[in-house]
Design a protein around this ligand. Structure first.
Ligand code: G3P
Ligand code: MG
Length: 232
């Protein structure tokens, strides 16, 4: 029988099942629940890297319209739920203080890689281990640029489907991880990722039975809004 591979549990947008997504409260909650990894989304707008998933602020804040149209002062004034602010990448890392490993998802492609690389370089110089970061994106050219700028930080290729050459895009990017939407996972994709020496992570898995089934297929990690369920 093949040996069980280690399982990585990643709190999705912090721990969005318990707190407003991509806020400091969600990150703190993820840490409190014991998530060994935290994922959040980052967009580079008005000279800062903001934690936000959507390109518009309507769903997650009390504001309206595209994030990219707002000034830094206007973004700081938004309520992201329960009085939480929209944090910057530096705010998030200062809160986490290496108590969890961090998966930063690049959501924009207009200098985001460069801005994130600049910030991570400083945190690594201050002692944050590079391998406790994973930078990922659906935008593979942006991820490629990040890798060129800061090759010591591992990258993860995100896909929402099955590419023609299976886990091939992750290999091409020199990634450590391929992360795929749960509905597309099957034994062949898992096997191809492992043959390429990649980890196969799956988003977003909140149901315990689904976690068990995916684990039986051999997946290496789950993004979950409820890290407590995965840990149980
Ligand atoms: O990184 C995994 C997952 O967060 C990707 O999808 O839409 O939740 O950012 P999304
Ligand atoms: Mg994400």
């Amino acid at each position: 029988m093949s040996e069980q591979r280690p399982l990585t549990i990643i709190g999705h947008r912090g721990a969005r099942g318990h707190a407003p997504e991509n806020t400091l409260l969600a990150l703190d909650t993820g840490i409190r629940l014991g998530a060994p990894w935290l994922e959040f989304d980052v967009q580079y707008v008005a000279g800062e890297c903001w934690l936000m998933h959507d390109l518009t602020v309507d769903r997650t804040t009390d504001g309206h319209g595209p994030l990219a149209k707002l000034s830094a002062a206007q973004i700081r004034a938004l309520d992201a739920g329960g009085g939480q602010n929209v944090p910057t990448l530096a705010d998030a890392l200062d809160l986490i203080e290496n108590r969890a490993a961090v998966n930063i998802e690049l959501k924009t492609w207009d200098g985001c890689a460069q801005a994130v690389a600049k910030i991570l370089r400083d945190y690594i110089a201050d002692g944050w281990p590079a391998e406790r970061f994973l930078v990922s994106s659906f935008h593979h050219p942006e991820l490629w640029e990040f890798r060129e700028l800061l090759p010591e930080v591992p990258v993860g290729a995100l896909v929402c489907g099955v590419p023609l050459d299976w886990a091939g895009p992750a290999t091409e990017l020199g990634a450590a991880v391929l992360s795929v939407s749960s509905e597309f996972v099957d034994a062949r994709l898992v096997e191809d990722a492992h043959r390429r020496d990649l980890q196969l992570w799956v988003y977003t898995v909140n149901d315990v039975d689904e976690m068990r089934a995916l684990r039986a297929l051999g997946v290496d990690g789950f993004f979950t809004d409820y890290p407590d369920r995965a840990l149980r």
